[in-house]
Design a protein. Sequence first.
Length: 129
Amino acid sequence: MLWYIAAGSAIGGVSRYLVGGVVQRMAAGTFPAGTLLVNVTGSFLLGLILRYGIETPTLTPEVRAFLTVGFCGGYTTFSTFSYETAMLLEDGQYERATTYAAASVAVALVATACGFLLARELIAFRARV
């Protein structure tokens, strides 16, 4: 089980680096858009995978651990989120820090709920097929 998690973490960490970096360069600003996108998409994926994986026999425990604890754990960046928020506060950018923190939490929660919704739809579709 540990090897599944380790492999997922490695892939998730590399994915976080690539996605976050590309988005941040495209945003071309000081707002941590790359981290925000990674947190939102990671939350969506975790919601989708867990709901779908728990409610159907599709994913083995090993694959579920690879995808959730491994990939999503390596991909999401809430420790980076905390650091970036603290740095914005330390730099006196209170409005940006507040916007970033609120958007990260609110949009990530909505993304998780959307993952749940998509998983339910996939389960219903699968039951009809």
